[in-house]
Write a protein that binds this ligand. Structure first.
Ligand code: GDP
Ligand code: MG
Length: 306
């Protein structure tokens, strides 16, 4: 074993919108998890891998913790609890612009039962005055079981080096588990579907974000040249939602299609033809078969069975 080399897992948990996905992307320098200001942006347990001279840190980004009403939401909370129970270090992300409430109490209690070391991360300090941060620091300090409380801005990077130092220090010694070149375990196909869903979230409001999902129907690499042909469907639950997503004269779907295509092109490093369809699929969120299929799409075969 290389002396001093660290390896282990870090769970990122917290309420919706705390900035868990922003933090993971920032620390990796890669976009593994899509980000939006809508709750329920992250629906799965997402794996991001950081390898450097200090060793290998495997992040598990999770959906925000909230009251589950649908089958899909129950699955989302389960992902977060699983990650907590399996991690060497659990990071509780807190939006420090928000008041401390019963939801935070619940999470703190859940965290106290986690297996590994626990760290609290006060995020979005770019948006709060220092004096307002102190009572929050004290509040979490009083919990008594936290290894460290680190204030950061995941968006701008402030405090992130300090957080990384804390995390590396907390991980056990060990050899890297995954190839040093890998930054995630999720297949391109899944990441591309997520990029499309991100544009749907950015372009729509109200209940639409929760009731939409994206499926890749067809993926074809060019036999000549560098054009990848993608056909994807955006599932909605009601006819009215379909109309919103398409927009007057198709403007909304066109706009989000272009935004998605440009980002997919830069992600894949190839030119992309993207065909987007909006499909009516009532109650897809309670469709166990569909959810199970989506679950399988999450992992690249041999690396992990989710
Ligand atoms: N001002 C500010 N906004 C942030 C910060 N971190 C995340 N956000 C924003 O908060 C929203 C939710 O972020 P996201 O990473 O999706 O949160 P998650 O639900 O916990 O994964 C997005 O609009 C982010 O741009 C931060 O440090 N400062
Ligand atoms: Mg997220």
């Amino acid at each position: 074993m290389t002396t001093g080399s660290k390896a282990g897992s870090v769970a990122l948990v917290g309420r919706p919108n705390a900035g868990k996905s922003t933090l993971m992307n920032h620390l990796l320098g890669e976009k593994v998890a899509i980000v939006s200001d809508k709750p329920q942006t992250t629906r799965y347990r997402l794996v991001g891998i950081l390898s450097d001279s200090r060793g290998q840190m495997v992040f598990h980004d999770t959906p925000g913790m909230h009251k589950p009403l649908h089958q899909m939401n129950r699955q989302m909370v389960r992902y977060a609890v699983e990650a907590l129970n399996a991690a060497d270090v659990s990071c509780l992300l807190i939006d420090s612009t928000q008041r401390y409430g019963s939801g935070d109490e619940y999470l703190l209690d859940l965290l106290s039962k986690a297996r590994g070391l626990k760290v609290a991360v006060l995020n979005k300090i770019d948006r709060v005055d220092k004096p307002r941060l102190l009572p929050l620091m004290e509040r979490y300090g009083a919990a008594g079981f936290l290894e460290e409380i680190v204030p950061i801005s995941a968006l701008h990077g402030d405090g992130c080096d300090m957080l990384l130092d804390v995390l590396w220090k907390s991980l056990p010694e060990g050899e890297p588990i995954y190839d040093q070149e890998l930054f995630t375990l999720h297949p391109e196909r899944f990441l591309v579907a997520e990029l499309i869903r991100e544009k749907v979230l950015l372009e729509t409001r109200d209940e639409l974000p929760y009731t939409t999902t994206v499926l890749i129907d067809h993926w074809e690499e060019a036999t000549e040249g560098d054009l990848t042909r993608l056909h994807a469907s955006i599932l909605v639950e009601r006819p009215g939602q379909k109309a919103i997503l398409i927009g007057r004269g198709g403007t909304t779907i066109k706009k989000l299609g272009t935004a998605a295509r440009l980002e997919i092109e830069s992600f894949l490093g190839r030119r992309v033809y993207l065909d987007l369809r909006v499909k009516l699929e009532p109650r897809w969120r309670d469709n166990r078969k569909l959810l199970a299929n989506m679950d399988r799409e999450l992992w690249s075969g041999e690396t992990e069975s989710g």
